[in-house]
Design a protein around this ligand. Sequence first.
Ligand code: NAP
Length: 313
Amino acid sequence: MARTVVATAYGQPSDVVEVREIPSPVPEAGQVVVDVRASALNPIDVKTVAGVMGSDPAKLPIHIGFEAAGVVSAVGDGAVNSTGTPIVVGDEVVVYRAVGGLSSEILATGSAVHPKPAGLSFDVGAGLLLVGVTAADTIATAGVSDTDTVLIHGGAGAVGAITTQLAIAKGAKVIATAAERNHDFLRDLGAIPVTYGDGLLDRVRAAAPDGVSAAIDTVGTDEAVDVSTALVGDRARIVSIAAFGRGGDVTLVDGSTEQSRANRARAIGQLLDDAAAGRLVLDVAKIFDLDDAATALTELATAHPRGKFILHP
Ligand SMILES: NC(=O)c1ccc[n+]([C@@H]2O[C@H](COP(=O)([O-])OP(=O)(O)OC[C@H]3O[C@@H](n4cnc5c(N)ncnc54)[C@H](OP(=O)(O)O)[C@@H]3O)[C@@H](O)[C@H]2O)c1
């Protein structure tokens, strides 16, 4: 038997999220079963349970979780991984996008199965790719290069911290917004931290006297969009992953266009290699037991953890 986290209705995690026992999955052709060592939570899981992403009763119960890492325990005919290599039992892998990633065992199609580099922990592997491909997509869409000064809103968040590192690796100067407690973290990454809130525009201007050439918003507030549009003339270079009500002012990316999907797919191997080699850092904020998924979802809804919430089955 396997254990999996489901939402039986839309609402508060404490009311609707439970762990169920289900028969262990069996792979069909092209699929594998992964014995999960770690799964990761993302804000989209919180929004899915709350019904923000849609509240169709026909979709219940919802199997939660978009990413996991573990060891292949069964292989269907002809299953190959994302690099085209045949998958064998015992392979250590990262699964993204997973369906029902918060489970002790998951079924995955080979194209969503990526080889886990030996130097990468299961925890970081589980939490890296959703935020990593999103960050890489923003960098590619904004066309960040070494001639840029980039403003990153939410630079210490899970997506923001990867975006900050990727922009710095491109040679850009980075101004990143964050709460005061995260400023040292951002300085260590090589960014100039500024506190968000009233007066943000003036603080960014002071930090970037020669101007800002691109902005990446991982927060979605009107403040983030308004400050970005005041500083960057070219809307194509103001990229947001969260300001879905401000599509007229920013370029939204969410993996729904062919270009966005291509940016994301292209980034996966490099993200895994860079994290394994220590060139890219992903903080694990907290580890929960799979049985405590409702608590983890509740905490993620209110906390600004610097890094990922990871669950162990
Ligand atoms: N479009 C996509 O493809 C896509 C993909 C992934 C995520 N997302 C969305 O992107 C958002 C961020 O995801 P995440 O995983 O990075 O979340 P996260 O780790 O919780 O980070 C969010 C960051 O926002 C900052 N923040 C909170 N309130 C703020 C405010 N009023 N002004 C400025 N910054 C504020 C926090 O900074 P401090 O901690 O410094 O306060 C926090 O670090 C979520 O809405 C998520 O659903 C979209």
